[in-house]
Design a protein around this ligand. Structure first.
Ligand SMILES: *[C@@H]1O[C@H](CO)[C@@H](O)[C@H](O)[C@H]1NC(C)=O
Ligand SMILES: *[C@@H]1O[C@H](CO)[C@@H](O)[C@H](O)[C@H]1NC(C)=O
Ligand SMILES: *[C@@H]1O[C@H](CO)[C@@H](O)[C@H](O)[C@H]1NC(C)=O
Ligand SMILES: *[C@@H]1O[C@H](CO)[C@@H](O)[C@H](O)[C@H]1NC(C)=O
Ligand SMILES: *[C@@H]1O[C@H](CO)[C@@H](O)[C@H](O)[C@H]1NC(C)=O
Ligand SMILES: *[C@@H]1O[C@H](CO)[C@@H](O)[C@H](O)[C@H]1NC(C)=O
Ligand SMILES: *[C@@H]1O[C@H](CO)[C@@H](O)[C@H](O)[C@H]1NC(C)=O
Ligand SMILES: *[C@@H]1O[C@H](CO)[C@@H](O)[C@H](O)[C@H]1NC(C)=O
Ligand SMILES: *[C@@H]1O[C@H](CO)[C@@H](O)[C@H](O)[C@H]1NC(C)=O
Ligand SMILES: *[C@@H]1O[C@H](CO)[C@@H](O)[C@H](O)[C@H]1NC(C)=O
Ligand SMILES: *[C@@H]1O[C@H](CO)[C@@H](O)[C@H](O)[C@H]1NC(C)=O
Ligand SMILES: *[C@@H]1O[C@H](CO)[C@@H](O)[C@H](O)[C@H]1NC(C)=O
Length: 428
């Protein structure tokens, strides 16, 4: 990324001065604007301190953890409320810390989140890299910089959010739990579950789509709500999506976020508001989002929303208070008192995406689809796609994600201990 102050004449002058005399720094002179965060500065949840951008549009602070009000998350927020960057743990979920935690820009240049116990929960890994200050820009970019340039910036280390005007390019990833979003070098937008299942892969629609390898594709959400893709090899930028409120002027801020449900959405925040409204979703049908209902969970729609259930009464929720954690057999197949059998589920599809799709596909009819799975010890479930393709998918992997809808022309089978106990008596 480029130099920090290249467009600002006074800063440029300062830079020139600085490069002439490094002595200045040894004397600990402050570098630039009032917004600079000096080495040694510390934030804590208890005193509600924050580091803000010049106009206070963005701030780095502790915010209450929505999942556990006694814990806190260290985050860059918009208007103090909407998290646009969050310190995350190894599982790519926000690192929740207690009230004795602290976030410190240490004298060695490392920005470090420490839990009350003293455990380091997140760190920027910038110690010994000459970091002299931190700075939160008016566009929401948290920057750790040395005398001349940025050493680390949140725009290059996004968690789950891309802000308006931010350039998201190949090699960068948004992560949220097991889900990730990246750009392919063909310009395709891809959503992946557990680094293995590509449940969404969409090329940009234009005459350049076919097989073209781009040089350095960049995805940008513009302030007018248009999501576009640009690349040196393309004559202009290509529109990926229009937010439903594009070009509307009452919008103060927009961002794209990979939500914890695995969907990528464009949001807008109205002027004066601190709530974000979804204006575009990459995955139109939430039930096609792999793993949303957990292992062996079946996604379906009630009158208004996608909901998670279990395949039959042979199963129970792993966690009845969180149905998205999936289902488990009441009795494991190897412990069946009698024989195992195949539970039949009409209008149900077990989701099958690349790369699985190429290894677990058979060209057989519905009866053979059931029987092949029953007889194969490794097979947990199978789906016969009654869409005219004649395909049967055997699910040998240990993670199965289901979708039930009256409109689905598929019949699925799950291996259970006999007898099969359907949720409702099968019609017909
Ligand atoms: C908050 O606490 C930290 C650590 O004790 C301290 O460095 C900082 O100055 C405090 N901020 C305010 C606003 O009191
Ligand atoms: C900060 O606020 C002032 C006064 O409202 C405005 O003139 C200026 O453009 C703002 N700066 C940025 C970077 O938004
Ligand atoms: C921080 O400590 C609290 C207990 O005080 C614990 O609940 C929390 O999980 C810890 N956070 C991390 C990220 O380890
Ligand atoms: C810092 O380094 C640790 C250990 O290599 C790594 O797990 C962590 O993800 C790094 N943090 C960042 C922000 O890159
Ligand atoms: C974090 O940002 C720095 C520069 O801003 C970049 O060199 C580094 O690769 C980024 N880390 C990750 C994990 O993307
Ligand atoms: C994003 O890329 C465009 C075009 O290259 C550039 O004008 C703009 O400054 C970049 N934005 C950021 C935040 O780097
Ligand atoms: C782009 O997609 C192709 C086909 O799915 C894959 O082989 C390739 O590794 C992807 N490239 C990147 C950079 O993700
Ligand atoms: C995700 O992948 C890892 C490694 O391939 C595997 O060990 C783990 O069980 C997978 N997670 C789930 C929920 O299936
Ligand atoms: C890109 O997406 C299109 C669908 O929009 C798909 O047909 C194509 O195979 C994808 N390309 C890669 C390299 O993944
Ligand atoms: C893409 O490339 C493959 C192999 O190089 C070729 O078989 C296919 O016809 C190409 N597709 C298009 C739309 O050009
Ligand atoms: C549908 O599910 C949603 C989310 O669980 C719930 O809020 C809503 O009340 C349900 N509607 C009906 C008609 O059951
Ligand atoms: C189990 O299946 C075998 C072979 O189909 C059959 O002979 C046997 O009677 C079955 N046992 C029970 C308890 O249903």
């Amino acid at each position: 990324m480029g130099f920090l102050f290249s467009s600002s004449p006074p800063a440029l002058l300062l830079l020139l001065l600085l490069s002439l005399s490094s002595q200045l720094f040894l004397n600990g002179l402050p570098l630039a604007g009032a917004a600079d965060i000096p080495l040694g500065a510390t934030l804590t949840p208890s005193n509600s301190s924050s580091w803000t951008s010049d106009n206070r549009t963005f701030s780095l602070r502790f915010v209450p953890d929505p999942d556990n009000p006694s814990l806190f998350l260290a985050a860059v927020t918009y208007s103090g409320a909407i998290r646009i960057w969050t310190a995350v743990g190894a599982d790519n979920t926000p690192a929740a810390v207690d009230s004795a935690a602290s976030l410190q820009l240490r004298s060695d240049g490392d920005l470090r989140l420490t839990n009350g116990s003293g455990a380091v929960v997140w760190q920027s890994n910038t110690s010994g890299k000459g970091v002299t200050a931190a700075f939160l820009s008016e566009t929401g970019n948290l920057i750790l910089r040395n005398r001349r340039r940025s050493v680390w910036q949140s725009f290059d280390n996004s968690t789950d959010t891309i802000l308006q005007t931010q350039n998201f390019t190949i090699g960068q990833t948004l992560k949220s739990g097991l889900y990730s979003f990246s750009l392919n070098n063909t310009g395709n937008l891809t959503l992946t579950w557990n680094d293995s299942v590509s449940y969404f892969n969409k090329g940009f629609t234009s005459s350049y789509t076919a097989n073209k390898t781009l040089i350095s594709p960049v995805l940008t959400l513009h302030t007018n709500g248009i999501v576009s893709l640009s690349d040196e090899s393309l004559p202009g930028s290509v529109v990926i999506a229009y937010s439903s409120d594009y070009a509307e002027s009452a919008v103060a801020m927009r961002f794209v976020r990979l939500d914890s449900d695995g969907n990528l959405r464009a949001y807008s925040v109205a002027s004066g508001s601190i709530t974000a409204t979804s204006r575009w979703s990459a995955v139109a049908d939430q039930c096609t989002d792999f793993g949303w209902c957990g292992n062996m969970g079946i996604c379906s729609y009630n009158d208004t929303s996608p909901v998670c259930g279990c395949p039959s009464k042979n199963f129970e929720f792993v966690d009845p208070s969180d149905r998205r954690k999936g289902c488990k057999r009441r009795t494991e197949i190897e412990d069946c008192p009698g024989n195992s059998t195949m539970l039949q589920m009409d209008n149900t599809l077990f989701l099958t995406y690349p790369p699985e799709i190429s290894t677990e596909q058979l060209f057989v009819g519905i009866t053979a689809c059931r029987l092949n799975c029953l007889l194969a010890a490794s097979c947990a479930a199978s789906t016969s796609v009654d869409d005219g393709s004649g395909y049967c998918y055997l699910k040998a992997s240990n993670f199965v994600s289901g979708y039930q809808s009256p409109a689905l022309p598929s019949t699925s089978f799950a291996k259970v201990c006999a007898p099969a106990l359907p949720n409702q008596p099968q019609s017909g």
